[in-house]
Design a binder for this molecule. Structure first.
Ligand code: MEV
Length: 438
């Protein structure tokens, strides 16, 4: 049985591995061998990875791939993706190819505003609080200037600070709602540092303000933190073509266009479907976010909140046919960075950004949105024509064969064998057994 361990984070890496191997696994030698097998052979590279987080034992691999032929605003990109799901990169590449000769993807950044809030409780006079805020506001900007100086030089900084009365929702609850421009940085550390300084100044000055806290009133700063909900940090991605250009091997163009629109409309009104529909979009988005060293949890949280902005969880994509033109588009919030964070530390992140031709954060927003839109187009295209399993299981075939212990030659032969056959567990097992019996 596992016992409490004291001071684990202070153990050496070897001691941590020993402890885990001995206390949590049935074969300690095998565990140690496995963890070390995944170490980078270059100790300096390994140290970089060790230092990303605490208690690192080894590295956890994800495939790093690329989906080529994305035309975005007339410029070609090969998009790097880090993801484990077998069909995602193939689907992205297929959608890129499909739209390459139909005008490509068009994108626009509609806003880049980031948000952070100082949450506080105050049980005194509302008018006195508002008066105090108006007086102290210039000082809130002034006392953060050592933090904002270099961001201001790059064209960013704190855009505004607004006092919001939330006491209707929660008694005594107010906030300083702050908006930021962080240029090419995702800006989490910058925003949080600004917010902590703002809250310090605000609280200190409040204590000195006559008539605000003089009669036993309380003002308590609860917390200061950025918000991952960024509904004004928005990018739009779109594809369009004449309906008759939507020729698909499986369906007549007009029927295909109709079914695509029906599929989107279903996801607009049916949350069970919308969640899976949007999950498909996130397959593309997360893969690029991970490859470029951005925070996929922040992006996921913000996008799903945005998908519920009208009170019901709904499709992120939209589709229409107007004057014989099929249009498919999406607007999503994305707070991304191409400087700071992992971008200059993780060697593969650096490479991903180089493959993307060193994008600005705005360019990366557009590339990521395209990856999401392409992924949704590819998923819906399969769903309304052949069904998803045909392509999905084909891509999964190698995983299945590996699990069944097939060798390289058997894998090669069976990939050819299944080119025109249905892939499922029973069929693959039977074909492998037949081959092995030969
Ligand atoms: C699978 O990872 C994603 C899909 O389920 C998305 C969708 O259904 O739209 C194929």
């Amino acid at each position: 049985m596992l016992t409490v361990v004291e001071g684990f984070s202070k153990f050496s890496k070897e001691d941590k591995i020993d402890w885990i191997a001995k206390n949590c696994t049935s074969n300690a030698d095998e565990t140690k061998r496995l963890l070390k097998k995944y170490w980078n052979e270059n100790p300096r590279t390994q140290r970089i990875h060790d230092e990303f987080i605490e208690n690192t034992l080894s590295n956890y691999y994800l495939p790093f791939a690329v989906a080529p032929n994305f035309k975005i605003n007339e410029k070609l990109y090969a998009i790097p993706m880090a993801i484990e799901e077998s069909s995602v990169v193939a689907a992205a590449s297929k959608a890129a190819k499909f739209w390459l000769n139909r005008g490509g993807f068009k994108t626009t950044v509609l806003g880049t505003e980031k948000v952070g809030q100082v949450h506080f409780m105050f049980d005194g006079n509302k008018t006195a609080l508002r008066q105090f805020f108006d007086e102290v506001k210039p000082l809130l900007f002034e006392t953060t200037s050592p933090i904002t100086q270099s961001m201001t030089k790059r064209g960013g900084g704190i855009q505004d600070i607004v006092l919001i009365d939330k006491t209707q929702l929660l008694s005594d609850y107010y906030q300083l709602h702050c908006t930021f421009e962080t240029v090419d940085a995702m800006g989490a550390n910058f925003i949080n540092s600004c917010l902590e300084q703002i809250s310090k100044t605000f609280e200190a000055k409040a204590r000195l303000k006559p008539n605000l806290l003089e009669h036993g009133e309380n003002l308590t700063i609860v917390m200061s933190i950025l918000s991952n909900y960024v509904p004004n940090c928005i990018v739009r991605a779109e594809v369009s073509c004449k309906v008759e250009e939507l020729n698909d091997d499986e369906l007549k163009a007009s029927l295909f266009a109709e079914k695509m629109i029906q599929a989107v409309n279903i996801a607009k009104v049916e949350p069970y479907r919308a969640v899976t529909h949007n999950k498909g979009i996130m397959n593309g988005i997360d893969a690029v976010i991970l490859a470029t060293g951005n925070d996929f949890r922040a992006v996921e949280a913000g996008i799903h909140a945005y998908a519920s902005k009208n009170g019901v969880y709904s499709s992120l994509t939209h589709a229409e046919i107007k004057d014989g033109v099929f249009k498919f588009w999406m607007e999503i919030p994305l707070a991304l960075g191409t400087v700071g964070g992992l971008t200059s530390l993780h060697p593969l992140v650096k490479l991903a950004l180089e493959i993307l031709q060193q994008p600005t954060a705005k360019e990366l927003m557009q590339i990521v949105a395209v990856a999401g839109l392409a992924q949704n187009f590819a998923a819906l295209r399969s769903l309304v024509t052949t069904g998803i399993q045909k392509g999905h299981m084909k891509m999964h075939l190698l995983n299945m064969l590996s699990q069944m212990g097939a060798n390289e030659q058997e894998k090669n032969e069976l990939v050819v064998h299944f080119k025109d056959k249905t892939v499922n567990n029973a069929n693959v097992r039977a074909a492998l057994q037949k081959l092995q019996a030969k």
